[in-house]
Design a protein around this ligand. Structure first.
Ligand code: NAP
Ligand code: MG
Length: 400
């Protein structure tokens, strides 16, 4: 069989630990027999990041800007313990953070649904995609402990000399204060990323904040979304038969629980952080959660939502078998290949990505899965066979 070809490289970012092992196996077993992979390769494993003083991460981000599509393996974000373990000269930043900052992107997370694994909310028959704003608010806060009676004020000093102040509170006793910010430019990018992703996946967008209480801050988010939608997206949405809806965050939560899924839930930074863990857990397993970073100018970086599965890797190093779930990493690859197929109108490549996804979920729903899913799976007449990491991939290949 002739292998499927495409023209423009995909940016391939290798990573760390157990997912690094799975990465090579996925390529060997599921991709290379069928597709002539053409990639611009960056090793973002911690060893190489140390060797290059993390320049390689920036090079990879620039390559995504150049080629438009990237696929990334999970990577270690160093902490004090990793600095020792890898003898690092510096506690390098999270590669995801670096890439996100350089692409100015929004992260979309969606679960892979499988017949036989019922969400904790059984009416969620379609995936809910969380779009989390990844800039500002409480993640870039300034906070102070107020330890005695005091007056606290907000003060803005403009470059042109104007000064604006507003009282926060007259403290009669000790307490706490916090200052947060966001930017029109960042909120606009967030809105455009959400609307573009909605168009490219044919899903409606629900956005929610607390604008009734936060009449300037949250209200600005609501206004920016509304303005951009009206001026740039309304007609395109109508053509596709999808919609944009704004609701208060508390109403939104109630509507989400009663929904069937199948839409994008856009959320501010903190709300997105909290709700993505809630949604991932409700659908069954972190190992089934996919993640894609979309930049406002249309660059895409695909990855799994989980980490490098360190505990499994230490067992693997001792020569033991692991049963590590590769579904989200497989979907990172299919996402990238499909996107490349779309950008080159390459139907064969798009069809391959679709078939690999179908082979993957059909393998599980016919009873063959890794250990993490075995406990969740229930389907009449189907017995569960628990496979090790590599045998699971071989089982998918049989079906593919
Ligand atoms: P993790 O790698 O996601 O693993 C946490 C636990 O979840 C695992 O020990 C395992 O549970 C289960 N799990 C996660 N993915 C699985 C899979 N594919 N198959 C089976 N079980 C899976 O998170 P972590 O242990 O907190 O972090 C490990 C490293 O990953 C850290 O260095 C962190 O910096 C990095 N990280 C990277 C990213 C990224 O690159 N996007 C994201 C998060 C974390 P059991 O051990 O009980 O089987
Ligand atoms: Mg979190």
């Amino acid at each position: 069989m002739a292998k499927i070809k495409y023209n423009t490289p995909i940016v391939e970012m290798q990573g760390d630990e157990m997912t690094r092992v799975l990465w090579d196996w996925i390529k060997e077993i599921l991709l290379e027999p069928f597709v002539e992979l053409k990639t611009d390769f960056y090793d973002l494993g911690l060893v190489k990041r140390e060797e290059t003083k993390d320049q390689i991460t920036k090079d990879a981000a620039n390559a995504i800007k150049k080629y438009g599509v990237g696929v990334k393996c999970a990577t270690i974000t160093p902490n004090a313990q990793r600095v020792k373990e890898y003898n690092l000269s510096n506690m390098w930043l999270s590669p995801n953070g670096t890439i996100r900052a350089m692409l100015d992107g929004t992260v979309f997370r969606a679960p892979v649904l499988v017949d036989g694994i019922t969400p904790f909310i059984p009416t969620w028959t379609k995936p809910i995609t969380i779009a989390r704003h990844a800039y500002g608010d409480v993640y870039k806060n300034s906070e102070l402990r107020v330890d005695a009676p005091a007056t606290a004020e907000l003060k803005v000093t403009y470059e042109d000399g104007r000064v604006e102040t507003k009282k926060i509170f007259d403290f009669k006793s000790a307490g706490i204060i916090q200052g947060i910010h966001n930017l029109d430019s960042s909120i606009s990018s967030f809105a455009r990323s959400c609307f573009n992703y909605a168009l490219s996946t044919n899903q409606s967008v629900w956005f929610a904040t607390k604008d009734t209480i936060s009449k300037t801050y949250d209200h600005r988010f609501k206004d920016v979304f509304a303005e951009i939608y009206e001026n740039e997206y309304k007609d395109k949405f109508a053509e596709k038969g999808i919609s944009y809806d704004y609701t208060l965050i508390d109403d939104s939560v109630a509507r989400i629980v009663r929904s069937n899924g199948g839409f994008i839930w856009a959320l501010k930074n903190y709300d997105g952080d909290v709700m993505s863990d809630m949604v991932a857990t409700a659908y069954g397993s972190l190992a089934m959660m996919t993640s894609v970073l979309v930049s406002p100018d249309g660059n895409y970086e695909f990855e799994a939502a989980h980490g490098t599965v360190t505990r499994h890797y230490y067992r693997y190093l001792k020569g033991e078998q692991t049963s590590t779930n590769s579904v989200a990493t497989i979907y990172a690859w299919t996402g990238a290949l499909r996107k490349r197929g779309e950008s080159e109108d390459n139907q064969e490549l798009i069809a391959f990505a679709n078939k690999l996804e179908k082979a993957t979920v059909d393998t599980i729903s016919s009873g063959f899965m890794t250990k993490d899913l075995a406990g969740l799976f229930k389907k009449d007449g189907v017995t569960v066979t628990e496979l090790n990491s590599r045998d699971f991939l071989l089982k998918i290949a049989e079906r593919l």
